[in-house]
Write a protein that binds this ligand. Structure first.
Ligand code: PBG
Length: 327
């Protein structure tokens, strides 16, 4: 049936009709809030390029978790900024490190909150790369034991899930084995499966103080033009034991999210990264864009593409907008 019998505008006429026919519904339960745990006490360092976000010392993280939980956000993703960095990132496994202590503080404040930890070396190495350096590049196999030790250390501290973001080959299998050997076969792994070498991580590297001192991450993170390669990464991680696969960044890679959705039955997380957040913040500050509408539209598009979970710095603000139904 064609125009003029069919008129698609009929069902768009009123807010109620539009509400009834909405195909994708965003919920606070979809969100995971990233948090930056720093050493020290009573520290709340604003992250300049990420308005509303801070490096928080462990004593302040409990309240932050309580606030997120009260808004309906079920999970946080923890990053750590250690006091000391060295060539091999040895402080990553310090039981008194910021992440290990933050896990305990958050679980004490909100026992039901799902505490996920980012497993990577770049916040702990003096050179800022995601593993051990040999001949000017990250040595894949020498890095694996460090990652497994870090993952076990987080779980020993009480983490509910680990999320390796380093992009070394074979790390999911290595971490799965290490967790199982240590009695943690019930702990899921959310793998940063298709993680691209992206320009959109800039603000995060200020937040986590993890900018590489030389070179870039293109020898381990994926080349942005590739989609078949993303599927190879995803299938390998599934075979190695990943429980959730992640696409990162989100908005420039919605096609990848959709392709994984269509070709696998895995739960998919998408990381709406720092640059995606800061772009909207900056444009809204200038009065060039409606902040809340752009935020909700972006998050909805990520869910519509097929993401089951969205890691986003907008988590609290978006949860508020959804709760107040203010759009
Ligand atoms: C660590 C890591 C990064 C991000 C998450 N984990 C940075 C990077 O790979 O350089 C980026 C997150 C963001 O931009 O919000 N490997």
């Amino acid at each position: 049936m064609e125009f003029p019998i069919t008129r698609l505008r009929r069902l768009r006429k009123t807010p109620t009709l539009r509400r009834m026919l909405r195909e994708t519904i965003l919920r606070p339960e979809d969100f995971i809030l990233p948090l930056f745990a720093i050493y020290g006490e009573n520290v709340k360092n604003p992250i300049k390029s990420m308005p509303g976000h801070y490096q928080l010392s462990v004593d302040l993280l409990g309240d932050e978790a309580r606030e997120a939980w009260a808004l309906g956000i079920p999970a946080v993703l923890l990053f750590g900024i250690p006091e000391v960095k060295d060539e091999t990132g040895s402080t990553a496994i310090d039981p008194e490190g910021p992440v290990q202590r933050a896990i305990k503080a958050i679980k004490a404040a909100v026992p039901e909150m799902v505490v996920i930890t980012d497993v990577c070396m770049c916040e702990y190495t003096s050179h800022g790369h995601c593993g051990i350096i040999k001949d000017g590049d990250v040595d894949n196999d020498a890095t694996l034991p460090l990652l497994t030790a870090e993952a076990v250390s987080h779980v020993e501290a009480g983490a509910d899930m680990v999320a390796p973001s380093d992009m070394m080959d074979g790390r999911i299998e290595a971490i799965r084995d290490a967790l199982d050997e240590n009695g943690y076969d019930h702990i899921p792994i959310m793998s940063y499966a298709a993680k691209y070498a992206s320009a959109f991580y800039g603000p995060f590297r200020d937040a986590a103080e993890s900018t590489p001192e030389f070179g870039d991450r293109r020898s381990y993170q994926m080349d942005p033009p590739n989609t078949d390669e993303a599927m190879r990464e995803v299938h390998l991680d599934i075979a190695e034991g990943a429980d959730i696969v992640m696409v990162k960044p989100a908005l420039p890679y919605l096609d990848i999210i959709r392709r994984i959705k269509d070709e696998t039955s895995m739960p998919i997380a998408a990381y709406n990264v720092s640059g995606e957040f800061s772009i909207i913040k900056a444009a809204a500050e200038k009065g060039w864009i409606d902040h809340d509408k752009a935020m909700i539209e972006s998050l909805t598009s990520i869910k519509r593409a097929g993401a089951d979970l969205i890691i986003t710095y907008f988590a609290k603000e978006a949860a508020k907008v959804l709760r107040e139904n203010s759009l």
